[in-house]
Design a protein around this ligand. Structure first.
Ligand code: SF4
Ligand code: SF4
Ligand code: SF4
Length: 332
């Protein structure tokens, strides 16, 4: 039996990008191996839920949990890993705030299943739909029941730390691993419970090197419609590109604006921001150059996807929690 502290990683409703981001820390992954015993990581090694069920409570030191809670399996494993882990980290935007899978909360689960199994691009001539149980010669098989909405990890279990990003930047993952190793060696202390780790405490704008001067804009346009005219050193928002930097937490070194694209908000609400979309609306409103309601309407029409603009990553974790009423309407 290894004396090393135990490490686990799990993906619930997620895309797998967070797992790849962990592998992307390159040789730092050897530090994980040197300092931890990896006991559960379904995407990287064979693992059975019963092995985790048999572990003693709190026997896993650190669990990185990515993905939102979309079905009963996700919830069961979230609760199981909470029981077995000393430190449970909501890892990545899906676990922290719902991310793109959380946008499905704009529809109920029946519509989602219909969209997946019955569209013009779906080859499903026998109209086969998922069932929660099915008899086969070998016995009855079960498929986890989909829930009416996607929930964030902390809407289901107690979370110790949050590490946002879609996915978290690899240099930030490496820094957090270093911190935990230093804590194990008695050289550092963990931050207070509930802290955001591997991030900054200001906004993407504070990390962005683009210069700012005008504070008024007369139109919003999609970046692909103005790409050839953009000043590469000037703030994108001031050029009419709806950049989410003012409301978004720092920590990525303003990766997107540095590369010529607007921030779309994957690090979630900046420190002190209660509702991401509300803060961003306020930031956009403050730079609109008009007092005329008609003119303001015309400028806002340039935001072609308001739900995606203001809540692409944050809908499930927002004050709106769109679709929460679906819990009352649908039988779980
Ligand atoms: S946070 Fe982004 S990269 Fe990570 S699982 Fe969710 S969608 Fe994928
Ligand atoms: S709005 Fe965007 S481009 Fe402008 S300073 Fe902020 S992050 Fe940079
Ligand atoms: S600039 Fe914005 S969208 Fe891009 S990585 Fe940073 S937080 Fe995410």
């Amino acid at each position: 039996m290894s004396a090393k502290p135990k490490f686990a990683m799990y993906w619930a409703a997620s895309c797998g990008g967070c797992e790849i981001a962990v592998l992307n820390i390159h040789e730092k992954i050897l530090d994980v191996d040197a300092n931890f015993e990896v006991v559960f990581w379904p995407v990287a090694m064979d693992a059975k839920y019963k092995d985790v069920e048999q572990m003693e409570d709190k026997s896993i030191l650190l669990t990185l949990f990515n993905g939102g809670i979309r079905n009963e399996e996700n919830e069961y494993i979230a609760k199981l890993l909470r029981e077995k882990s000393q430190i449970l980290v909501a890892f990545g935007s899906c676990a922290c705030e719902g991310c793109v899978p959380g946008l499905a909360n704009l529809r109920d689960s029946r519509q989602i299943v219909q969209t997946a199994f019955n569209t013009v691009s779906t080859d499903n001539p026998k109209q086969v739909y998922p069932m929660t149980s099915y008899d086969v010669p070998e016995g009855e098989i079960h498929i986890p029941k989909i829930y009416p909405t996607l929930r964030t990890l902390d809407q289901v279990v107690d979370v110790d730390y949050y590490m946002p990003g879609c996915p978290p930047e690899s240099h930030q993952i490496a820094a957090v691993i270093d911190l935990v190793i230093q804590v194990l060696q008695g050289k550092a202390q963990l931050p207070p419970k509930g802290s955001f780790i591997g991030v900054g405490n200001s906004t993407v704008c504070d990390e962005c090197e683009r210069r700012r001067n005008v504070k008024a804009i007369a139109s919003f346009v999609r970046i692909q419609d103005r790409a050839s005219e953009l000043d590469p050193s000037l703030c994108l928002l001031e050029q009419g590109i709806p950049c989410n930097g003012p409301a978004t937490r720092s920590g990525c070194r303003a990766r997107c604006p540095s590369a010529g694209a607007q921030c779309i908000g994957c690090y979630g609400p900046a420190e002190g921001v209660t509702d991401y979309g509300a803060r961003l609306m306020s930031a956009f409103a403050s730079v609109i150059d008009s007092n005329s309601p008609e003119e303001i309407d015309r400028i806002l029409d340039g935001l072609v996807d308001p739900a995606g603009q203001f809540y692409r990553f944050n809908l499930a974790g927002s004050l709106l929690r769109a679709g929460r009423s679906a819990w009352a309407k649908e039988k779980v």
